[in-house]
Write a new protein. Sequence first.
Length: 352
Amino acid sequence: MLAPFRFRVNAHGSVGSVAGESFEPETPKPGWVRLRMKAMALNHLDLWTTCGIEGVNLSLPITPGCDGAGIVESVGEGTTLPPGVELGGSVMIAPGLSCGVCASCLRGNDMLCRDYKVMGHLCDGTAATHVLVPSANLLPIPGNWDFEQAAAFPLVFLTAWEMLVHKAKLQPGETVLVWGGGSGVGSAAIQLVKFLGGRPIAVVGNQMKAMKCWELGAEHVIVRSTEDVAKKVKDLTQKRGVDIVFEHTGAATWGASVAAATRGGRIVTCGATTGRETTMDLRTLFAKQLTILGSYMGRREHLWTLLDHVRRNPTNPPFRPVLDRVFDLMEYPQAQVHLEGGEGFGKVVCRM
Ligand SMILES: [Zn+2]
């Protein structure tokens, strides 16, 4: 077993510029537990936390990492554990922390809480051997998933579910253009669109990723290096365009997203990995009667919904996390660089 160890962002720098250090794990306070971590998964938020975000003042030092899975090692005094979770048992982490008592939290919209914090971004995260987390953020690991798969599941599936089901309100038979089909959230979205009866059209950077999107259930795949995405969408939809555009890439793709959406279509976005500023002809917005929807994470409750769908058919679940590459925790800085490179397909994970 590893001696207690964690990665820290002491000052913002380039991707991978995190420092490893040993530390003394704290005793969990009431309502919290301590996990001995077995795996953590990276998200683009790890890179933002490391490099800093213009206009956002993060409190440093901080341990990055939003997603993780491990074993309940210690439980705070008087703490109740969620159903299916026990001391010594295996769990995965719901990455969003909220106050639990404000109007948004009481309505179940915890991601709208003014105190909402994603682990590894506004509070210490999962790139560590030991992690403190509220008991309410624990979920049992479904079926026969290993720790790496469990760690790779919560953030991207919760994000994609919120975007498709609760923001864009996907209806059976609708077409959905999924940018970055090879990314963690893109590979989740393709599977969820299919599960919800929609028709996913994935966009990827190369042929290798295209093959994998087919395997995940994409109805069509567009390789953006060789095809004009908006034009190809029109060809594939008899000039109609798609009902929903699943955006998370931002500046580089926004124009094509607007062009690819059908009249009355919805563009739902949760990210801006290629740039955060773009322009838009407002005449297009109203003339095409488009709806633009912003989304960030999702209700913690819906992770339990997703879990139920997996548990109903554990040997052949309707969706599952796609793993790109598993690093050792000690290689977390290299894992960040690998994620930024964008050559992989699916989630980048570190194993403890
Ligand atoms: Zn709240």
